[in-house]
Design a protein around this ligand. Structure first.
Ligand SMILES: Cc1cc2nc3c(=O)[nH]c(=O)nc-3n(C[C@H](O)[C@H](O)[C@H](O)COP(=O)(O)OP(=O)(O)OC[C@H]3O[C@@H](n4cnc5c(N)ncnc54)[C@H](O)[C@@H]3O)c2cc1C
Length: 578
């Protein structure tokens, strides 16, 4: 048994949410300890090297976070954060075409204008940052506040900046309903709905049209129209946030799995490590708060345990479904780079990037919403192995970073590494043939994925493929305990999972039924995964309200934030209790 330690705040889990929370709190001059069970922090923002010299992105790669206040508040540029410069000109014919079963189809100025209006690009000045922050980087309103068309944060921003757009329908319809009003072509609408479905709030759910549109808009740098990704991928981002936390004094302990959240008289007072932890099975005490940044089931059902929770809340937490679709990520190491096949030959010189001219990326096939619905049914309804013919199965290839020679996908002497190609499939837990079914037909599935990708690319034949990595749902789960949803909501696929209802009202604002215990993981609280630093930023409002942290003048709250009655306002201009 090692010697006990004591900090102001103990955080369980060194993924992006745990580490960004540590950075915020350490910068606010609290002593903070992060406990991570693996040898390395980063959660799903990892890069792996399965063969020496061959690095791949098995999970996260795209940055859905350009408007995050954390870049500015935590000054991540000081800690090495850099963006990559996507060389693709967003206005050329090759960039304004969607891949369909018969080849490229261009989208139109009307598509762009309609999308631009909904994304706040045509305000004077443009207000995209304010709009996206309002949708994701703002804590849900306190329970005593009735949610109306007037006080939903993004509705407030539309009303202030472009009142002619504001209408109650923005909150009622589906993304398809709104795009039918504002945009023109079916392939554009289908591509955007699929991108939304893979990212979070899906294109066919009622009541989340604007979050669905905005979760796609998050991927675009609005001042350039180019795709947003950090140098070194999300692992590069994670290094910056990790360095920031450590530079402000946070202590990070790897190989230190939490075994139990210690609770005294109804209050969380620390964490007990497992006996085999690198520093031994000692207690890590917390003066002010314990923050769990690992999944909601483990946090409450194992680390807290039933003796400290009301049976009603246990039932609700058990009912939180962490699994809907699973994103299968394929990466190929090939002898010769892939090439677009004959159907896509139109841009045979220009839709490639980098010295090796690697295909740039995109969504396939975007013909019509019928294809989208067939894909949704295949994954979310039938819950079997994929039933669609390979040429009709939807997937996307993340934009290639091969233009950056220091990136994984840059030139490699023994072959070429493709950008991740991702496809949504039934998650193991809901598979009608049982949760191990996918493992049983793993090889068949690998061949199916290659057939699907061959609908667009030449070069996926046995002679050219050195290795094909693809993660099944189980692979993803075992590698990252939090990343079990495959969407940012990390939760059930339906509209009642967002904002103040996400995933259950009791947890949406990061507080928990145990005093002094907060939950800051993608499987709980608004907005879930993908929006880097959103949970930590939103949680800061709550920790300030509870008197746990008092950040200096660098802090600013979300403009639409409403303080809870009887608490300290997180708005420094309204310091006293409201
Ligand atoms: C296939 C895939 C692709 C994705 N693509 C993108 C993308 O392109 N862009 C994007 O922004 N996001 C993407 N995401 C989502 C993103 O990676 C997650 O939203 C993010 O990693 C969630 O962070 P987190 O800190 O909440 O959880 P996690 O990243 O899961 O971190 C939780 C951490 O807690 C640790 N832990 C668990 N239990 C314990 C314990 N008992 N004791 C100590 N430590 C513990 C885990 O080891 C882990 O490090 C993707 C996810 C998947 C699965």
């Amino acid at each position: 048994m090692g010697k006990d330690e004591r900090y102001d705040v103990v955080i369980i889990g060194g993924g992006p949410n745990g580490m960004a929370t540590a950075a915020y709190l350490a910068k606010s001059k609290l002593s903070v300890c992060v406990l991570e069970e693996k040898t390395e922090c980063g959660g799903a923002c990892e890069t792996q090297e399965p063969i020496p010299g061959v690095r791949i992105y098995p999970h996260a790669m795209l940055m859905y976070a350009s408007p995050a206040p954390g870049f500015d508040q935590l000054e991540l540029y000081k800690y090495g954060f850099r963006m990559n410069w996507d060389p693709m000109d967003p206005l050329t014919p090759e960039a304004t075409s969607m891949a369909c079963t018969d080849g490229w189809r261009r989208y139109t100025d009307k598509d762009m204008e309609g999308w631009g209006k909904l994304a706040g690009l045509f305000g004077t000045p443009p207000y995209t940052k304010e709009l996206l922050r309002a949708t994701f980087w703002c804590p849900p309103h306190p329970p005593e506040v009735e949610v109306t068309d007037d006080n939903v944060p993004y509705m407030q921003v539309y009303k202030e900046h472009q009142p002619e757009i504001w209408s109650p329908e923005l909150r009622q319809g589906t993304m398809f309903d709104i795009l039918d009003e504002y945009c023109e072509t079916e392939h554009w609408k289908t591509a955007m709905a699929y991108a939304a479905w893979a990212s979070g709030a899906a294109g066919h759910w009622e009541g989340v049209a604007i979050p669905a549109i905005h979760c796609v808009q998050l991927l675009i740098l609005t001042n350039t129209g180019r795709t947003s990704y950090p140098r070194g991928g999300l692992h590069g981002y994670f290094h910056a946030i990790h360095r920031c936390a450590v530079a402000h004094g946070a202590v990070v302990r790897t190989c230190c799995p939490a075994d139990e959240i210690l609770i005294d008289d109804g209050r969380a007072v620390g964490v007990r490590l497992k006996e085999h932890a690198a520093i031994g099975g000692r207690n890590i005490w917390a003066n002010k708060a314990v923050i769990s940044a690992c999944d909601v089931h483990q946090t409450f059902l194992k680390l807290v345990g039933p003796k400290h929770l009301d049976p009603g809340i246990i039932r609700k937490i058990k009912d939180i479904s962490l699994k809907n679709q699973t994103l299968y990520v394929s990466q190929y190491l090939v002898k010769k780079p892939l090439r677009y096949n004959a159907k896509f030959a139109e841009f045979s010189d220009t839709r490639y990037v980098g010295p090796n001219k690697y295909p740039w990326g995109g969504i396939y096939p975007c013909d019509s919403r019928e294809i989208y619905y067939a894909d949704v049914a295949d994954c979310d309804s039938y819950k079997t192995k994929p039933t669609l013919p390979p040429e009709q199965k939807m997937w996307f290839q993340a934009p290639s970073l091969a233009f950056d020679p220091s990136d994984c996908q840059g030139y490699h002497p023994k072959g070429h590494i493709t950008a991740p190609i991702e496809m949504a499939l039934t998650s193991p837990d809901y598979h009608v043939e049982g949760e191990d079914a996918i493992d049983k037909y793993r090889d068949e599935l690998g061949q199916y994925l290659t057939q699907c990708h061959s609908s667009m690319f030449d070069g996926l034949d046995e002679d050219n493929i050195i290795h094909h990595w693809f993660a099944t749902g189980r692979d993803v789960e075992y590698r990252n305990s939090g990343l079990i949803g495959g969407t940012w909501a990390g939760s059930r696929h339906c509209e009642d999972q967002l904002w103040e209802n996400r995933p259950i009202p009791e947890l949406a604002r990061y507080r928990s039924p145990v005093e002094g215990l907060y939950h800051a993981h993608q499987t709980s609280g608004h907005p879930g995964g993908l929006c880097l630093m959103a949970i930590p930023y939103n949680l800061m409002h709550i920790l300030i309200e509870d008197g746990i942290v008092e950040p200096a003048e660098w802090w600013y709250p979300a403009p639409q934030y409403i303080p809870q009655e009887g608490k300290i306002s997180a708005d420094p201009n309204k310091k006293s209790k409201v």
